[in-house]
Design a protein around this ligand. Structure first.
Ligand SMILES: [Cu+2]
Length: 118
């Protein structure tokens, strides 16, 4: 195989990977009673906040871990927002985001946590 042909095949492969990436299913919608799996160190989970309102978030194994997400039209934060989980806490206590924002939580410590919505 010529190196030029191989290069073309490689490009096609990368294009296909790109296309697959765009088909990643949307995060589940944030709603009362929703909860993620337990997250090990490095694991991520996400919810999309479509409806305006106030959401109380907690960790099921450690209910002392809480944060509030306020969803309101015109909020500065939108798109994708990252929150870390470490030291038995979420990295934000309160966050205000626009409708349609996806929040992605990452567990940065060895303990297992999850993300639950009251
Ligand atoms: Cu926890």
């Amino acid at each position: 195989m010529s190196s030029k042909k191989f290069g073309l095949m490689l490009s096609a492969g990368i294009l296909m990977l790109g296309a697959c990436g765009e088909e990643t299913p949307e995060a589940p919608e944030a709603e009362s009673g929703a909860a993620s799996e337990l997250l090990s160190n490095g694991d991520k989970t996400s919810f999309v906040f479509k409806e305006e309102g106030e959401y109380s978030i907690f960790c099921e194994p450690h209910p002392i871990m809480e944060m509030t997400v306020i969803v309101e039209e015109g909020a500065d934060q939108s798109g994708e927002v990252a929150i870390d989980i470490a030291n038995y806490a979420f990295s934000e206590n309160n966050i205000t985001v626009a409708p349609g924002t996806t929040i992605v939580w990452t567990n940065k410590e060895q303990l297992e946590h999850n993300v639950s919505i009251k």
